[in-house]
Design a protein around this ligand. Sequence first.
Ligand code: ZN
Length: 171
Amino acid sequence: MAIREIVYTPDPVLRRKAHKVTVFDKETKTLIEDMIETLREAPGVGLAAPQVGISSRLIVIEYGEDEDENEDAPKKLYIVANPEFIKKSDEMVEGVEGCLSVPNLVGTVDRHEEVLIKGLNRNGQPIKIKAKGWLARIFQHEMDHLDGILYTDRANRIWQPSEGEAEAADV
Ligand code: ZN
């Protein structure tokens, strides 16, 4: 495993529509392992392949469902290739987001409270994931990366956070 370099705006790879993952070979598995290591090192709660300069529809998320209430909640690792929304709740919620590729800024973004996602796991097998609250937000943020969209495009307000506030959610 290796830590990959995170790319920052205005790198054009962050603005490209990423390609579907079609093979799950050694190269794909190495990329997944590297993305997990890079995410943990950052540290962040989510990472999309374009954020390490690879224009592939691949995301990794590591987040404890109850993390906002309990810091020691067990974290769960999600690896999804070619993720797509099957359902999005009508209910929208506003929350503060940051992005590993957009340093030193945070912003408030409206996201769907609950989403149902389908995609492929690291072996290319179909999976479905139901996410709500923060986890749903992280999925929406990461899936935007695959279409070249940054949270700053959607934000109601963007500002430079004071110390500590930056830890809100780097994804
Ligand atoms: Zn991001």
